[in-house]
Design a binder for this molecule. Sequence first.
Ligand SMILES: [Zn+2]
Length: 97
Amino acid sequence: MLLIPCPWCGPRDETEFRCGGEAHIVRPHDPDSIDDTQWASYLFLRTNPKGLHRERWVHRHGCRRWFNVLRHTVSHEIVCVYKIGEQIIVPAQAAAE
Ligand SMILES: [Zn+2]
């Protein structure tokens, strides 16, 4: 069981949250100017790293706000959480893994 530190509410049980997938996926600026392959890539292709992964989470049974989590996909360790739009600061030890 994960203990996820919501930036607004503090540490809560993972059952209060929902993962929204990979973070920092940017919608193409002009969708009409890209081809179907690029559009499909935007819609469906995601990274699947064995290691650190940036994810979006929502505190659905709490403040209902979205935020980002930097989580290790093997150990499930949460390295840090940060609000949408904030710069991520990865601790040096975690970045080296
Ligand atoms: Zn919250």
